[in-house]
Ligand binder design. Structure first.
Ligand code: SOE
Length: 390
């Protein structure tokens, strides 16, 4: 087995998820590569040191430029806020690093294109962290669709609902600032659903969008560092203006003729990570909700009349995607496993001529749909995705 040095930029929520995945990967998956947690990078020395120690990184570094230009680093893993993805990825590509980048790929199509050009020129591997493709139930839904089990798809309906900013006391963290996050739940949550829609149904042709803002001013965070903590934070002195949307809705046409609807908000009390979709086809239907991530609902019109109905498949059998690496049937898995699966796929592809999926091309196409929806919401008209990509 060959070792391969990873430099990870960022050390908060995604930094934790990725560190754990890199740690556990070879324990469960047979791969030719063994990632080494070589260097972790962040701006604040004390918490960075703690993260390095706790998550088993050999070294820590406060300059991301130094990490991505180091000769011994072969993979750069980008876990920072969206506004930094482009600069880090471009310099990493120029230095011939393979790149794993968290979602959404970029702030906008212009940046995403720049990133695609850089990885193409460098000839490196690239992947975007749309981890939900790696939920076994979703990968299994893809298999059922490819086998024709639900026939021709007519409808895709997605809702990604959370509630962590419904409290007006929740402060103005970076995810509520356009200059850092690019947008609100639109880029943070709907990006996942657009990626899943492209994965399961196909490319999106046109978009009509609407956004809303419910709380205009929030307390500034208590400490600068809290700009980047997990989905909790305390308010400090002073108020600041929220400049992203609080909710994003849009409807789409797919290139294959299907219709889709997307809904994302962090103002849905009780919904913690309600990543939900329904797909309706000529022969049947599929329904998924991440809060019950080991289950997939399946309805088949081919079942005997009188005995038809939605059935719940517990996606924990050896025949299901990724499961043979884990436990016996019914011994369910969780959120962290999706990151292990995506890294397994990433490192597997490093051994071949292929590109991992979803890659920067997918990230760009997803970004084009997101940008199209925001243009549509601002201008009150239907927007063609191809016009945004040009
Ligand atoms: C916050 O809304 C968040 O952590 C997203 O950034 C993730 O991508 C999503 O998987 C869970 O919620």
């Amino acid at each position: 087995m060959r070792t391969i040095n990873v430099g990870m930029i960022g050390y908060k929520f995604m930094g934790k998820a990725h560190s754990h995945a890199l740690f556990d990967l070879n324990f469960f998956f047979d791969l030719d590569f063994c990632p080494v947690r070589k260097v972790i990078c962040g701006r604040h020395l004390e918490p960075l040191k703690q993260a390095a120690e706790r998550w088993g990184w050999e070294e820590y570094e406060t300059s991301w430029e130094k990490v991505v230009t180091r000769e011994d680093i072969e993979v750069v893993d980008i876990c920072t806020s969206t506004n930094t993805h482009c600069d880090i990825a471009v310099l990493a590509a120029e230095n011939k690093k393979h790149i794993f980048c968290e979602k959404p790929l970029a702030m906008n199509v212009k940046e995403a294109k720049k990133m695609v050009e850089a990885v193409e020129k460098a000839g490196v591997k690239h992947m975007v962290g749309f981890n939900y493709r790696r939920v076994p139930a979703i990968a299994y839904a893809k298999k059922l669709i490819e086998e024709g089990k639900i026939g021709k798809i007519y409808h895709f309906r997605a809702a990604y609902l959370q509630d962590w900013i419904v409290d007006p006391e929740f402060p103005l963290i970076w995810k509520l600032r356009k200059e850092i996050a690019g947008s609100g739940p639109h880029g943070d949550l709907n990006s996942h659903m657009v990626d899943l829609a492209r994965y399961l149904v196909g490319d999106i042709e046109s978009v009509m969008g609407m956004t809303a803002q419910f709380i205009k001013y929030r307390k500034l965070p208590a400490e600068e560092r809290e700009l980047s903590t997990m989905l909790t934070a305390r308010g400090g002195q002073g108020m600041g203006e929220v400049n992203v949307e609080d909710a994003s809705f849009f409807v789409v046409t797919f290139e294959n003729g299907a219709l889709g609807a997307f809904e994302a908000t962090r103002f849905a009390p009780g919904r913690k990570n309600y990543n939900y979709f329904e797909i309706y086809g000529s022969e049947g239907s599929l329904v998924f909700n991440f809060e019950r991530m080991n289950e997939l609902q399946y309805f088949s019109r081919r079942d005997e009349t009188g005995n038809q109905g939605f059935k719940t498949i517990l996606v924990t059998e050896e025949v299901h995607p990724y499961i043979s690496a884990w436990w016996p049937p019914g011994h369910i898995i969780g959120y962290e496993h999706t990151f292990i699966h995506e890294f397994a796929d990433f490192f597997r592809v490093l051994q071949s001529d292929a590109q991992p999926e979803p890659n920067f091309y997918d990230g760009l196409k997803c970004q084009a749909v997101l940008d199209a929806a925001l243009i549509s919401a601002a201008e009150g008209r239907r927007v063609l995705v191809k016009d945004v990509l040009e």
